[in-house]
Every structure is written in C-alpha cells, then in structure tokens.
Write a protein that binds this ligand. Structure first.
Ligand code: PEP
Length: 284
C-alpha cells in the first residue's frame, strides 16, 4: 500500500506520488478524502469592529470556495461578532482555547458549552503559546480534547518541537510524546469521531518568527506524526486524520507547503490578519 490522496480533489492537488517508507515501515492506504483545512489564528488581535470588517471583506473573496474548509479562530470576546458575521457562509468559527471542565469557578476561561451555544464549531487545543505561557501540559491537552469531542467540536490539537529540541535531534521523540499524552483514552472512541480530530504540526521555532520549515522538513514531521497516530489509533484512522502545518505560512509559501501530499492544510497566525493575505493562502 502507498500513502496517497485518493479523492479527486486531493489527486488534483497533490498527485498520486509514492511516499518514501517511514522508519517504522508503516504505510497507509488513504481510502477516504482529506479535505484541507485552512485556519486563521488571530491570537489576541482585533476589536469587534475590526473583526467584523475583516469578515465583511473576506467572505466575498472566498465565496464559492469549496475545495478547502476555512475556519477563523478569534479571541473569545470576538466570537459572537464573528459567528454572526460569518453565519450562512463557507467560513467556520472556533475558539483558540476551551477549558476542560463543563462549568465552574474558573475565572477567565471559556467552556465548550458556552462556545457551542453561540455557534462556535471548532477549537484549537494546546497551541504552543498556551503551552509556553499558560503551562498547558499534554495531560491538560488530553482533558480538553475529550471535552471538545464530547461537545461535538472539531478539535485542532497543536504539537511541535522547540528549537533546542530540533537541534538536539529530539523532534521525533517530542512529537511522539505529545501525541501519546494528548491522545490518551481516545482509542476506544468511534473511528469517525477520532478521524474528525485535526492535528496541527507547528514547529515552535517557526511560529511568528518568519522562519518556515521547508516543505520537505514539514512533510517529514507529518509522516512521523501519522505513523505514531497509526500505531496508537490504527492505520485507517491515521490515513484519514488531517494534519495541518503551521509556522510563518504566507501566500508565497503556501502552495509549496500545502501542496505536499502529507500536508492537509495550514494554521496561520500573522498572515491571517488581513483579508487579502489570508485569501492568498486559502487559494494557494
Ligand atoms: C500560529 O499562531 O499558530 C502561527 C502559526 O503563527 P504564524 O503564522 O504567525 O507563525
């Protein structure tokens, strides 16, 4: 078996090339489509008026774009505005973070229930800035993942190595640790539920730095991730799970990155803040 995109859109995007075997010699048959997801992480930028102006300008630019899924991840205070502005369009809206608890005395946090009640459908989990500045561990990521799934949200679980780990040759073991910790207890769930989970591979040294992993470096990491997901959750689940790349994606490098067979979309920070620039990535 080879790892290949078998849906017509993937075949057009990537071609049906043979992927070199992984170290683990694990290979998959991608028997279902992996529609790319192009996601905007706005971090702590924009006021409600600026967020509304973005959506009003952006929707006409991507109207009728069905090749890829598009999602915006604004800060919590912007969510109702953005959900309302994007209602009925081809653009989904999610949170940058949720708490794992159903409700309670967790000042400053947002619950999954609150998110779905206002129309949010996706959530980032374990973004490297949450791990770095808010002490999010794989254990917390795991609890949030279970909560997101319980509430029918599409979870985008972020993983990736810091520069010292890459330079120390630790990338593979870091990714495996993050996957095993973050995905604990997921194996027993239904295959369709597990396959709805999205992973975003974001090498931390490439986030907001202007340094981008080369398409080959990114694809290598994606192959490691998919192989680990396969050994943990099964080859079929792994073949159908979308793995995005994030880290200084821009309109001029989007095609080379997302065009890789292994890369199923992008999580975009800085370049997602302007409608033109984000559109350039969506339409890579
Ligand atoms: C991010 O915030 O997830 C990100 C990838 O940021 P940037 O595109 O600015 O590197």
């Amino acid at each position: 078996m080879t790892l290949r995109g078998t849906c017509s859109s993937c075949a057009q995007r990537h071609g049906a090339q043979r992927i070199r075997p992984l170290k683990s010699d694990m290979r998959f048959d991608t028997s279902m489509s992996r529609k790319a997801l192009i996601a905007a992480n706005w971090k702590m930028y924009k006021t409600p008026a600026e967020a509304k102006a973005f959506v009003d300008a952006f929707l006409p630019l991507v109207a009728g774009h069905t090749r890829d899924e598009i999602a915006l991840f604004p800060s919590p205070v912007l969510l109702p505005t953005v959900v309302e502005a994007a209602r009925g369009s081809n653009v989904a809206v999610g949170a940058q973070n949720i708490h794992f608890a159903e409700e309670g005395a967790f000042t400053g946090e947002t619950s999954a229930n609150q998110l779905t009640a206002i129309g949010g459908t996706h959530t980032l989990i374990g973004h490297s800035e949450r791990r770095q500045y808010f002490a999010e561990t794989d254990e917390i990521v795991n609890k949030k993942l279970h909560t997101a799934i319980k509430h029918g949200l599409v979870p985008v679980v972020c993983i990736g190595e810091v520069l010292a780990e890459r330079e120390g040759g630790l990338t593979e073991s870091v990714l495996k640790t993050q996957i095993n910790g973050g995905f604990a207890g997921i194996k027993g769930l239904a295959a369709e539920v597990i396959s709805s989970i999205v992973i975003a591979y974001e090498p931390v040294w490439a986030i907001g730095t202007g340094k981008t992993a080369t398409p080959e470096m990114a694809a290598d990491a994606h192959r490691i991730i998919r192989a680990e997901v396969a050994s943990l959750l099964g080859a079929d689940v792994a073949a159908n799970m979308r793995i995005l790349y994030g880290g200084s994606v821009k309109p001029d490098n989007a095609t080379a990155l997302i065009g890789q067979e292994e890369i199923d979309g992008a999580l975009v920070g800085g370049a997602s803040l302007k409608p033109d620039s984000f559109t350039g990535i969506v339409k890579y």
